[in-house]
Design a protein around this ligand. Sequence first.
Ligand SMILES: [Zn+2]
Length: 330
Amino acid sequence: MNKPVVLPWARPLWQRLVMQHQQSKLPHAILLSGHTGIGKSEFAHAFAHLLLCHRPVNQQPCGQCRSCELVSSGTHPDQVYLHPEEQGKPIKVDQVRELMSFLHSTAQQGGYRVVVMEPAESMNINAANALLKSLEEPGDNTLLLLVSHLPGQLMPTIRSRCQQVTFPFPDHAIATAWLAEELSLSHDRAEQLLSISQGAPLKAKDLFQRDLITLRASFMKSLGDLLKARITAVAVAEKLYKEDLLQLLEWIHSLLVDIVRLQADDQALSISNKDMQKMLSAVSNRANAMQVFNLLDHVQSERVSLLQRHNPNRQLLLETLLLGWVKLVR
Ligand SMILES: [Zn+2]
């Protein structure tokens, strides 16, 4: 039977919450926030599992009781996983209303009732308003775990009704060791993968498993070719706009942050995209700092807009950003 694994960097937080639980001091709602790709979701599901287990062993679910069986088969009646029905769409008010009837019923296995909602910021305004009511009177032995990497986009009234917990960003050495073991990679390879994933180990794992390394390589090559005017922004946008756009934006963002770092200190041991150092140095030498910041803002606002499920013209969005990239050296 599957037992959840608590990621090494999350163990202190795990112990803290387990302690709160043992002292019957768990709040009704926790807002678990932190960077993407560092294990918030896994943590929330594991903790939900622990609360539902009838006979935890060493602060872990036993993996053998009736409740653990139901969790493993995804059919536990006292557990709700609330997420957008389609990826990229909001969590709707009807989904939250269903949740409320769940919260007003009695726990069927006689223990906790747990809700994991993610990404919590994807609730639309009606859904958020409906949720507010449940947060005021959720009933005993109930925990709502809201998982979010953009907690600032949640309504302040929702935030203030939750215990806010920041998920720890993993230490570099611990994350490298974990990644190397998880994917059977050499230490160097794991470190490189972690570096291009901004230190986020689950993002690195995902990058590896979805073979996004190939897409990244092709994207980086295109960005280099653009600077040398070997290809046009139109052509690159046409080639790539159907790919994972949020991922592409994240990569441009990360390059721009590296350029800012290089402009501040041209040694910049701290840059993320070490494999692109040559291109980054060339841009940082020629680009005007203000232009870099403007492009960074632009990328950031497009990312937020994509996350807020606006429906942009993807090709145009990418083309505009690529033109901004080219302008950095013109
Ligand atoms: Zn159990």
